[in-house]
Design a protein around this ligand. Structure first.
Ligand SMILES: Nc1ncnc2c1ncn2[C@@H]1O[C@H](COP(=O)(O)OP(=O)(O)O)[C@@H](O)[C@H]1O
Ligand SMILES: [Mg+2]
Length: 230
């Protein structure tokens, strides 16, 4: 089974008295363990597509099937459940809780899953170890660098070991060294845990790590190519 099956997907937004078509008849399948990017200039539809895959938005026409769930057909409760149990999100602005510690930020998705405290602790500490932040567990986001904040966000996305992580421009606020650092971390998690990563990006540094590149242009797929790394 494919992890993601997008069939004849179109997305329209109301605009003034008319409509704007942001995605036009998109067809994609993504399998387990892929490390793939949606690539394209600003406005090409990357975030719109990623949001639909993350069940944060719904198709206007066609279908997006994610882990066996047809996104447009889910109730609000079902889509919340899908996000909570199976999806991890990483955003360009980190979206961390500023007054909470690193530990608490990473623990948050596990509280939603109502796991017992001892199990949560083990999982949080493991996720912090994956991203090399064990010694920052008690720090708060304002005390961290941008690269460290994004590593907290990666730990938060990964802590429940989701099948699918969606990352929207994750390096947009990072310098080159930190960008490579978090990309290597995500690459290792993809390799070791077989977690599927789907990026939305126009950053050449990210693109260099991808094993498949899906190019979007003006809401359409322009090219879909698998990379042969030497
Ligand atoms: N909620 C919305 N309402 C109207 N237009 C939108 C909305 N969201 C996105 N768009 C438009 O859809 C197009 C694609 O946007 P987006 O998916 O954010 O592109 P990207 O992430 O590639 O920069 C843009 O022209 C944008 O203005
Ligand atoms: Mg975007």
């Amino acid at each position: 089974m494919n992890l993601i099956d997008v069939k004849n997907l179109t997305k329209r937004f109301p605009m003034g008295k008319g409509e704007f078509t942001a995605l036009k008849n998109i067809n994609i399948t993504i399998g387990k363990g892929e490390f793939v990017g949606l690539i394209g200039p600003s406005g090409s539809g990357k975030t719109t597509l990623l949001n639909i895959l993350g069940s944060l938005d719904v198709p206007s026409d066609g279908e997006a099937i994610v882990l066996g769930n047809s996104i447009g057909a889910l109730s609000a409760k079902q889509s919340a459940m899908l996000r909570k149990e199976s999806l991890g999100f990483i955003f360009q602005s980190y979206n961390l809780l500023q007054v909470h510690t690193v530990y608490e930020n990473v623990e948050f998705p596990l509280l939603l899953l109502k796991l017992p405290a001892a199990e949560r602790k083990m999982m949080v500490m493991e996720a912090l170890a994956w991203v090399g932040l064990t010694d920052k567990a008690k720090s708060k986001p304002p005390q961290l660098s941008g690269g460290e904040c994004q590593r907290v966000a990666i730990a938060r996305a990964m802590v429940k070991r989701p099948s699918l992580v969606l990352a929207d421009e994750p390096t947009a606020n990072l310098d080159a060294a930190n960008s490579h650092n978090i990309l290597k971390t995500m690459e290792a998690l993809n390799r070791d845990l077989n977690t599927t990563f789907v990026f939305a990006t126009h950053d050449e540094k990210v693109i260099g790590y991808l094993r498949r590149k899906i190019f979007l242009l003006d809401g359409r797929i322009d090219k879909d190519e698998v990379v042969e790394h030497s």
